[in-house]
Design a protein around this ligand. Structure first.
Ligand SMILES: [Mn+2]
Length: 342
């Protein structure tokens, strides 16, 4: 007889009106793909669309009050601590720009019980030293990780409390008001608070692991965060259980740049694995947001030829892009470029 586990508690948060569709699509995809989770969504003043969706899913708890003193900047440690403080053995933060296509509760079980589980970044790079700024001597070198996926257990409470404290720091808060290109590296976004803690001597005892880019999560940054070889293999082994639409959001229409630049961005959006996976979920529940429609004729053709397969439609573009990325890696990709996609 197999071991039985309590449902894995997943939490997420959204307070931007333009991101409500993506929140519903993440939540719907998670509940449909994984019977082993319970989902706690915190959506201050949730619109009717979110309330109506949640009513149809008994495994979902929707909190509509704004937690006191919580903003978009410190929400992750705050929500995770809330779940752990209520006595749950573990809690997982999941970004809402993700589509879930497989069980993540069983994915989590593949890792050591008390590992802090994060996600591999779309590129491999070592994180610049960030702990010294916080007065913490460095203890170890770590790779840049992506905190779209943060699985914590009771042993991580001191870590999360410090993370929350750092998120309240006025120096961090002031930096978050600056445009991204003016922020120093070590204060770029809340992921860097987590990296600083992991680097520090004080928290060097925290055992952390990452879900794998490609096999476990498609990190859809530009066209090749989800590599051509993985796209081909996934035709046979199935899509990765998580598809993350990091970087530019398809519901934000950028109109800057030259005509060709705009065309390429629109085309990349049309064949984005995140957008195509989101479209499948939306169809299943009769949702038709504009941002899932093709913007270019080429994109519509590629979708048609591949029956809208999330990995295949973008394969030609990803292959061209992968060559470009190889060249920039040989020339030394700088960290700011990596960060601008988180
Ligand atoms: Mn994200």
């Amino acid at each position: 007889m197999g071991e039985t586990h309590p449902p894995l508690r997943v939490c997420s948060y959204e307070d931007r009106a333009e991101a409500m569709d993506s929140l519903i699509l993440m939540a719907e995809s998670l509940c449909a793909a994984d019977r082993g989770v319970s989902l706690h969504l915190t959506v201050p003043e949730a619109p009717d669309s979110v309330r109506a969706w949640a009513r149809g899913r008994p495994e979902v708890v929707l909190s509509t009050a704004r937690p006191e003193g919580v903003t978009g900047w410190d929400v992750k440690p705050w929500l995770l601590l809330q779940e752990l403080n209520e006595g749950r053995p573990e809690a997982l933060w999941l970004d809402d720009d993700i589509i879930v296509t497989g069980e993540i509760s069983s994915l989590v079980r593949q890792f050591p019980r008390d590992s802090l589980i994060l996600a591999e970044e779309w590129v491999r790079a070592e994180a610049v030293p960030a702990s010294q700024f916080w007065g913490m001597p460095a203890g170890r070198k770590i790779p840049v990780v992506n905190n779209c996926f943060v699985r914590t257990t009771q042993v991580h409470r001191p870590f999360l409390e410090r993370y929350l404290e750092m998120a309240h720091d006025p120096r961090y808060r002031a930096t978050q008001l600056l445009p991204i290109e003016r922020r120093p590296q070590h204060l770029m976004h809340d992921g860097w608070l987590l990296l600083a803690l992991l680097q520090s001597e004080e928290f060097s005892y925290v055992d952390f692991a990452c879900i794998r880019r490609g096999r476990h999560i498609a990190q859809c940054a530009g066209s090749s965060g989800y590599r051509p070889v993985d796209r081909l293999l996934d035709m046979f082994r199935g899509l990765p259980p998580l598809i993350h639409g990091l970087g530019r959001k398809p519901w934000q229409s950028g109109r800057e740049g030259s005509r060709i630049h705009r065309f390429l961005l629109d085309l990349a959006t049309d064949v984005s694995p995140y957008v195509l996976a989101a479209r499948r979920v939306a169809r299943g529940i009769g949702m038709t947001p504009d941002w899932l429609e093709a913007r270019t004729r080429t994109g519509a053709v590629l979708r048609g030829l591949t029956a809208g397969h999330p990995g295949m439609a973008g394969l030609p573009l990803a292959s061209i892009h992968a060559v470009g990325v190889k060249i920039s890696q040989m020339m030394g990709l700088n960290q700011r470029e990596i960060d601008s996609c988180s």
